[in-house]
Design a protein around this ligand. Sequence first.
Ligand code: SF4
Length: 470
Amino acid sequence: MQSVLAQTPIGRTAPAWRRGGKASGIAIPPASRRLSTVANFSPGGKVQHTWSIERETQHTYVDPAKWIDEAAIFRALEVTKEWAKDPPRVREILEKAKEKAFVTEHDPVNVGSKSEFVQGLSLEECATLLNVDENNVQLMNDIFDTALAIKNRIYGNRVVLFAPLYIANHCMNTCTYCAFRAGNTGMERSVLTDDDLREEVAALQRQGHRRILALTGESPKYSFENFLHAVDVIGSVHTEPFGSIRRINVEIPPLSVSDMRRLKETDKVGTFVLFQETYHRDTFKKMHPGGPKSDFDYRVLTQDRAMRAGLDDVGIGALFGLFDYRYEVCAMLMHSEHLERHYNAGPHTISVPRMRPADGSELSISPPYPVDDAAFKKLVAVIRIAVSGTGLVRGNVCLSVRLFVCLSFCLTRGLPACLPACLPAWLGDLSVCWFVGVHSYPARVLRGSTSRWYQASENVASSYNCYRCI
Ligand code: SF4
């Protein structure tokens, strides 16, 4: 029987982001890499997914256990421990990574034209870099230099900022690390009205934002229909002389293929972002004991469903702190390869949220696998090297980036426009980045203390985002 995947139209051009940046013309993988596995898996048998009903029941998928190969990841991490202590071997991988990121080939059909291929690392190469000791200053500097060279070559000095906009904090899930989880009775729940939304979006526009990330929890109290309406409202806000929101990225519960199509039809949505949180099944089960999110396979196939619906601009991510960061990075590499192989387009972005304390969550205060700054910097650099054509999303950006943003705001909009936005943050106890980010915390949902909301939101997304920067 022919698989559904085989019936899916392929050979689409890579999305704009894959062709963008300094390396225009980034090519898609050859056809021989696609459709290599039989698609006969249907997720979601035991768990009810009522937030978004599937009307296209014909879809089957490649079993995620086949492409998130846990045993292969553990094996790679084990065998490369010794390799990571061998500087020539590590440098060889870094040299190869630079070459692979900058491959330029002449097009055999259009003689004279060139394509630039962005290729990443193999699982073993990635695992070797992740196993490098963070105290080995020389090797770490080599890793950072390589990441920086690749980033400069592909993206230049481009930093893109977007502001999260939380629309509702009702949630029926039980994620142990999140303040919004159903069992946290201490959290006040609320939904932004249309007027609230307009007010928030206008405030963000006045601060110079053109891109937002719209978020909501999973609950019948705030349905997908409500969310579609919110997208319309956000898109309709226009503030003189600042203009409209150019790009609405979304981070909402997993959607069915049919609802992905409806989201795409709004023609207002940029990236569909969904974090797997952890790609380690046993840990996933422990961290998500109930609710629709407890269905690992349904969640990890969300980007597949988006691709089937033609929504080929997707983001993936893991919440660092839940499991071994080295495992999560390798798994994200596998996820990225799976999407490239089957849909000609890998993820637009990879997010790297790190667990922060959240109200009412003991686990978030002492994460099972804390990631210190040195390891965090390394993992970000390794992702940049391993998946070089994909944007990186970081929350809670470093002070230098915040200062850079403040400065650019002053330079582009002028001091008079900058002052009202910047001053409260400079004068108060808020960090510099809040001069742009604070309005992304809806005042009407907020009600409690700013810092409590801030801490909660760090776990589900981030307080403030920039991407394509390390
Ligand atoms: S992480 Fe998301 S799904 Fe889980 S409880 Fe928080 S808002 Fe709900």
